[in-house]
Design a protein around this ligand. Structure first.
Ligand code: C2E
Ligand code: CA
Ligand code: CA
Ligand code: CA
Length: 275
């Protein structure tokens, strides 16, 4: 039994070495990805809850890995956050998203960009947003920055100051993944968001009367505070109808379209249909 125990221990040790090694390799690869132009931006449309109108697109990061193929952000954004690489990655994505949006013919379409809490540390974010707007010529009102409430758990005064600075530039500030945190409603007191995105888990569960009541109250509260409401992860007509019924003005999800490569998003942005 003792020998077996040691064997098992060695097995774990080897497995941990392998995991650490895989992580190191990923980290090295990720460091080179930006220089090698392997980071892509895909765009998922945001539509009016009623009717067919497209209001804008959310920019979502993808890694076109030479061996692994298209890597979703869940598999590398956390590592990029730990290593600080999210700062240059996020800046490159922001510049590209602004440039892409500027090429859409409809001058009202918005583009939203996810901003990690790590990008809020230090002073660089304000200059990087201002720089991306200036370089692309995109009017600030067409850019939305999506943040999550984990950001508001950080050093609050500094974060609120930076959010205020971004707002002063004219960009819109969006509270993402609303409802999955701990005390979401209290965050609405801290900062006047332009929009709330209701998390997909609520949309999935919208048939439940309790969830429906929560959504209605968020919509009512957000509406009174002048915030737009977007429901994310809408996959069925029934969910769309429920969200529209609850008073959400905007929806996003596979029902409208999955995230698309820029060229396909541009077809939708020009009022065309995907075949
Ligand atoms: P998120 O900001 O909540 O983005 C929405 C995610 O839901 C996207 O996953 C999108 O593809 C997915 N989604 C959209 N509609 C549906 C639907 O109808 N059903 C289902 N099941 N899923 C849907 P994605 O692209 O894998 O991104 C995952 C997360 O990675 C994002 O969540 C965001 O937190 C993060 N992320 C993506 N791009 C960036 C980025 O450029 N910077 C940072 N900091 N984070 C990013
Ligand atoms: Ca988002
Ligand atoms: Ca979200
Ligand atoms: Ca999310």
């Amino acid at each position: 039994a003792k020998a077996e125990g040691r064997g098992t221990f060695r097995f774990y040790e080897a497995a941990m070495d392998e995991a650490a090694e895989a992580r190191r390799r990923l980290e090295l690869d990720l460091g080179a990805a930006l220089a090698r132009d392997e980071i892509e931006v895909h765009y998922q449309p945001v539509a009016a809850a009623r009717g067919d109108r497209i209001l804008g697109f959310e920019a979502l990061m993808r890694w076109r890995h030479p061996v692994r193929g298209l890597v979703p952000p869940g598999s590398f954004v956390p590592l990029a956050e730990e290593t600080g690489l999210i700062v240059p990655l996020g800046e490159a994505l922001l510049r590209q998203a602004c440039r892409t949006a500027m090429a859409w013919p409809d001058p009202d379409l918005k583009v939203s960009v996810n901003v990690s809490a790590v990008q809020f540390r230090g002073e660089g974010l304000l200059a990087s947003v201002a720089g991306a707007l200036a370089a692309s010529g995109l009017p600030a009102r067409r850019l939305e920055l999506e943040i999550t409430e984990t950001l508001l758990l950080q050093d609050c005064a500094a974060v609120l100051h930076l959010l205020q600075g971004l707002r002063t530039l004219g960009v819109r500030i969006v509270l993402d993944d609303f409802g999955i945190g701990y005390s979401s409603l209290s965050y609405l007191r801290q900062f006047p968001f332009d929009k709330i995105k209701i998390d997909r888990s609520f949309v999935e569960d919208a048939q439940s009367p309790v969830t429906a009541a929560i959504i209605r109250s968020v919509v009512g509260l957000g509406g009174e505070l002048g915030m737009a409401i977007c429901a994310e992860g809408v996959e069925t007509e029934a969910q769309r109808a429920a969200m529209a019924q609850a008073g959400c003005g905007e929806i996003q999800g596979y029902l409208i379209s999955p995230p698309l490569p820029a060229a396909q998003a541009a077809v939708l942005a020009a009022g065309g249909r995907l075949t």
